[in-house]
Design a protein around this ligand. Sequence first.
Ligand SMILES: [Zn+2]
Length: 80
Amino acid sequence: MVPNSHIDDSHEDEYHFIMKCPLYTELRKTYIEPFTNHNTFLESFVHVMSSKVRSVITSVAASTYHGFNLHVNFIGIGRM
Ligand SMILES: [Zn+2]
């Protein structure tokens, strides 16, 4: 079942995908949260998205890859 807060969102932008969407909570714990130690979601988002550290870039890419597969399975490829 797709979480309501996902359906209610009018858009699935990068910030929503990386930091907020309940559909990707488990992916976030594995791939994003190890690199976030900031006061706000926005600061964490800027940190991971602008990092030049290979392990962070690789982890964000892995999260995106697995998140896309989840998205296709739960929602379908046509709806973003
Ligand atoms: Zn969402």
